[in-house]
Design a protein around this ligand. Sequence first.
Ligand code: PGA
Length: 248
Amino acid sequence: MRKPIIAGNWKMNKTIKEAVEFVNEIKGQVENTEVEVVLCAPATMLKDMKEAAKGSNVKIGAQNMHFEESGAFTGEIAPAMLKEIDVDYVIIGHSERRQYFAETDETVNKKVLKALEVEITPIMCCGETLEERESGKMEEVIKTQIFAGLKDVTAANIPNMVIAYEPIWAIGTGVTATSEQANDAVAFIRTLIKELYTEEVSESIQIQYGGSVKPANVEEIMNQTDIDGALVGGAALKADSFMELVNF
Ligand code: PGA
């Protein structure tokens, strides 16, 4: 059985104070949950969030990480810097990073490999644009992203990572993929993993759906056969709403 995983992606929002308050508000409420609860926040607040989350079931994630260990990369955060504060997860290759910060399948792959090496669980994102979907290229696009993103990732490491399927047209738009569209795409990703590795490996990886997930649609999405979780932006910004997602 794969463990359900609900991850908030706060993007460029919140202050340290707000972030710590959020963790303090939810940590008592997730004591007995069977769900993996993750908050992915801006780098400035990760250390304080980790401290606030100590001893609880709340896991903390970064939203990006460089693949080099150190050096002349102004503005970047090194893997060891996240490791130093014991960050649990890191989102890799979110579509906003690909779109606005020129991330490619190649850099995504390097970051995934690095995260696995330093034992921070990567949440590797993939997803097509509306144009790609409407022109029948969805599967081709996803296949390219998955094959390239997983290059040199060993079968043994697949259970140590998460994949998030996030159709770009559904992110922040209020337009959710139908649960059937989301499940079909996630099931397709599982067949790709099977092609690359084995059926057992394909059944072991947690795959999330992301894109306008909210309290009103989370249950239906989580009830799909192949979807193991959600990566959530807008609806993860308020503790009440986030807890409704966790309690789907
Ligand atoms: P959204 O964002 O839930 O606001 O659509 C999802 C994401 O970008 O991960």
